[in-house]
Design a protein around this ligand. Structure first.
Ligand SMILES: Nc1nc2c(c(=O)[nH]1)N[C@H]1C(S)=C(S)[C@@H](COP(=O)(O)OP(=O)(O)OC[C@H]3O[C@@H](n4cnc5c(=O)[nH]c(N)nc54)[C@H](O)[C@@H]3O)O[C@H]1N2
Ligand SMILES: Nc1nc2c(c(=O)[nH]1)N[C@H]1C(S)=C(S)[C@@H](COP(=O)(O)OP(=O)(O)OC[C@H]3O[C@@H](n4cnc5c(=O)[nH]c(N)nc54)[C@H](O)[C@@H]3O)O[C@H]1N2
Ligand code: SF4
Ligand SMILES: [Mo]
Length: 711
């Protein structure tokens, strides 16, 4: 049998954007491994993607369109298979009815990074909705606060060069858990360590990353800005502020310095719930260690004060002058270094795209239940599973159940969100379609070419949107662009050509050399090239122009704490990727069933033991979980992992039944981790519910096993 091996890109929402080698036999993907030569992948994929072919070859792949025949929310039994012609005609009729009745803004596309590929993720669908004049989606759910904060302080989502971290003498992993979420950074951190670097993790939870660091600093959730301000104060008092670099490459140091007068380390430590010596010691290290690399995760910005927290943390290396050195500075995301401009592909010259309102994806629950005027009456979901992953699930599901809402879902397998669709359309997976990837964790651009046959009638998102455009009677030539043409348009204006990528799969595309210090002499992407410690544009938005501390809303609410004494975090699980994989037997087994991790003191106070069944609840809703008694947390702080599926969970709800629709101080992003709950015992039988009525059609996760440690 002919076996061939082909390079491609891992499409998942992960900073590492690995290059893989896929072995194909008779048109079917049979083996997958990490590319050995790629400078960031370096031969290995992560555990969850080593089993990616379970997803590709799974018996639960969608192979045909479906149309709804029964009530919304009843599951797959309420659907029948349909031809593409019928399904697309229904979609066009549904969208047309909304547009005719309520105007084009009544249509809302909802999408995110189910694939990070620019072609399947961020072009043809957005082009169609832009042309229709549909509501635009404000894509805040993941990095909204960080993006706004980085735009303010550095002029974009830029930072130190990731490989350069090997040159750091002090590495601070701040609200980041790379062993679970940015695995390929870890060997570089280890290399730095072998050369003598000290590694500190700042995380309220003792994750695997924290446990394997030289020091774990565990502030109260949502207090990072206070910590950063206290550290900067200590650095300044120690005479370690790099006045010369600050004067040359920043604006606003005098204003920030005045703010630091308000933040002695004692105040910072008290705000963060940390011993003052811990803050002082870390301050000493930062004051005396060049270069210091601060790798900032995204988890810490799911709090109300996230915008200011990211600004304050990113100000720290400006004060120390760390950007002077390779391996010094801060890094949240490399995406701002990548030159691909999606906007010109979404709204190409010559294609009419009427102005339209923007709706915030993180507020989908409230958008669908009365917040939007005119109301949204058509929703088209792709590359996302909001019924499981968006906040305020109870309210969101009520919105998705609305009789007057027409919902279309493009999916690879039957998710929670499909249960609420009028039409479900089967989509291809990465080995079956063309895509182009940049990265939010390194500087390479990668081309992924189709190498296997899609199962049944599954189609790439791009082709599905071409068909919908045609069914709507749109004949603009831009809706006939092939996937290769879209990739070429995305690459226009970048230093990389399609031919080059076809030849060698990936290329360093940002102009930043590996191991370099891109901002040693300033040159931030702000109008004057200086980083901004004081930003008058924020004052105009009613936001403090100098980095400050915005306390959490629920975590800091003493009144609410009486009813809901536990603050609940829901960070990333190691064997899932958001809700992707949650239905696959191997991944579900490795992850185990939903658990709420409690400090032994909190468990004892409630008479709860490891494995007991509980309801985790607040005024917004509840989900069921087993208790895990866990020293990884502190009294008053509980955690669970994000992104189980409701349809496969006991009680048919996930952690997002308790999370709130509430914006961050900057960037209108969600605040998943600013959430108070109480837990109460329930009968053990509730954790082993009847399988859903359509379980035969969707393989249930195998029996729980393999408890996974924090992180
Ligand atoms: N295996 C796996 N990998 C993933 C994902 C996944 O679901 N699974 N998700 C992907 C996605 S979408 C993203 S956005 C990234 C996220 O990547 P990360 O940001 O690394 O992941 P998180 O687990 O969300 O958050 C990191 C840590 O922040 C901590 N944290 C929470 N609140 C605070 C706080 O107030 N202060 C501080 N200092 N720390 C806090 C959490 O305890 C957690 O350990 O990972 C991506 N990679
Ligand atoms: N409580 C809590 N909730 C959270 C978070 C948290 O930390 N805590 N994190 C938030 C974050 S950071 C994020 S990024 C969001 C992510 O939330 P979502 O954007 O909903 O991401 P996923 O759950 O991974 O769902 C992606 C879906 O896209 C589908 N998909 C993948 N590729 C394709 C394709 O080519 N075509 C089509 N049609 N479909 C495709 C997959 O099958 C999958 O079902 O979740 C957020 N939710
Ligand atoms: S999920 Fe991340 S670490 Fe895993 S293979 Fe994909 S890009 Fe690499
Ligand atoms: Mo994310």
């Amino acid at each position: 049998m002919a076996r061939t091996t082909h390079p491609g890109a891992c499409p998942l929402d992960c900073p590492d954007t690995c290059v893989w080698q896929l072995t194909v036999e008779d048109g079917r993907a049979v083996a997958l491994r990490g590319d050995r030569d790629h400078p960031f992948t370096r031969g290995a994929l992560c555990g969850k993607v080593n089993r990616y072919l379970d997803a590709v070859n799974g018996p639960d792949r969608l192979t045909t369109p479906y149309v709804r025949t029964g009530p919304k929310g009843a599951g797959r039994v309420a659907y029948r298979p349909a031809s593409w012609a019928e399904a697309v005609e229904r979609v066009a009729a549904g969208l047309r009815a909304s547009i005719d009745r309520d105007g084009p803004e009544s249509v809302l596309p909802y999408y995110f990074a189910g694939t990070m590929g620019h072609v399947q993720g961020w072009t043809m669908g957005q082009r169609l909705f832009a042309h229709l004049g549909a509501s635009r989606l404000d894509t805040t759910i993941c990095t909204g606060a960080a993006r706004a904060a980085l735009q303010s302080i550095y002029g974009g989502s830029v930072g130190f060069e990731p490989e350069s971290i090997v040159a750091a003498r002090l590495v601070v992993l701040w609200g980041a858990n790379p062993l679970a979420t940015n695995l390929h950074l870890w060997p570089f951190v280890q290399q730095a360590r072998e050369r003598g670097a000290y590694v500190v993790t700042v995380d309220p939870l003792r994750t695997d990353t924290a446990a394997r660091s030289d020091e774990h600093v565990a502030p109260l959730p949502g207090t990072d800005a206070a910590l950063a301000l206290g550290l900067m104060r200590h650095v300044r008092d120690a005479g370690a502020a790099d006045e010369e670099w600050l004067a040359a490459h920043t604006v606003g140091w005098p204003e920030l310095a005045a703010r630091l007068d308000e933040w002695p380390v004692e105040r910072a430590a008290a705000e963060c719930g940390l011993p003052v010596e811990v803050v002082r010691r870390l301050g000493d290290r930062i004051a005396t260690t060049r270069p210091t690399a601060v790798r900032v995760g995204l988890g810490l910005q799911r709090h109300h004060g996230a915008g200011q927290a990211i600004r304050a943390i990113c100000a720290l290396p400006l004060v120390t002058g760390d950007f002077r050195h390779p391996g010094g500075g801060a890094l949240v995301s490399t995406s701002g270094h990548h030159p691909i401009d999606e906007d010109v592909v979404v709204r190409p010259p010559g294609m009419p795209a009427p102005p339209a309102r923007k709706l915030n994806m993180s507020r989908l629950a409230t958008v669908l239940t009365g917040e939007a005027d005119p109301p949204v009456t058509s929703l088209v979901v792709f590359n996302a599973n909001p019924a499981a992953t968006a906040p305020d699930q109870t309210r969101l599901l009520a919105g998705l159940r609305r009789a007057d809402l027409f919902t279309v879902v493009l999916e690879q397998r039957w998710t929670d969100t499909c249960d609420y669709a009028d039409v479900v359309l089967p989509a291809t997976m990465q080995p079956e379609h063309l895509d182009l990837h940049s990265s939010y964790g390194h500087h390479y651009t990668t081309l992924n070419l189709p190498v296997t046959r899609a199962p049944g009638e599954a189609l790439p998102n791009t082709e599905i949107f071409r068909r919908i455009a045609a069914a709507l009677g749109i004949d603009h030539p831009r809706f006939s662009d092939s996937d290769e043409e879209l990739a070429r348009q995305l690459l226009a204006g970048t230093p990389v050509s399609f031919e080059e990528l076809r030849e060698q799969t990936y290329a360093r595309a940002t102009g930043v050399p590996a191991g370099s210090a891109p901002f040693a002499a300033g040159g931030f992407p702000t109008p004057d090239g200086r980083a901004r410690l004081h930003d008058p544009a924020l004052a105009r938005l009613g936001v403090d122009p100098v980095p400050g501390h915005t306390p959490p809303v629920e975590a800091a609410d003493a009144e609410l704490a009486r009813r809901f004494p536990l603050v609940l975090l829901a960070p990333a699980g190691r064997f899932l990727m958001n809700s992707t994989f949650a239905s696959l037997p191997w991944h579900a087994r490795r992850t185990g069933p939903p658990r709420v991790h409690l400090h032994p003191a909190d468990a004892a106070a409630r008479g709860l033991a490891d494995g007991d069944a509980v309801r985790v609840r607040n005024d917004r809703g509840a989900f069921l979980a087993a208790v895990a008694v866990d020293e990884a947390t502190r009294p008053g702080l509980a955690f669970t992992y994000k992104a189980y599926w409701a349809r496969l969970s006991p009680g048919r709800a996930t952690v997002n039944a308790v999370t709130a629709v509430r914006d961050t101080d900057l960037g209108e992003a969600p605040t998943f981790h600013d959430c108070r709950v109480e837990v109460e015992p329930v009968p053990a039988e509730l954790l082993s519910p009847e399988p859903p009525a359509d379980a035969a059609a969707v393989p249930a996760p195998a029996a729980p096993a393999d408890p996974v440690p924090a992180g």
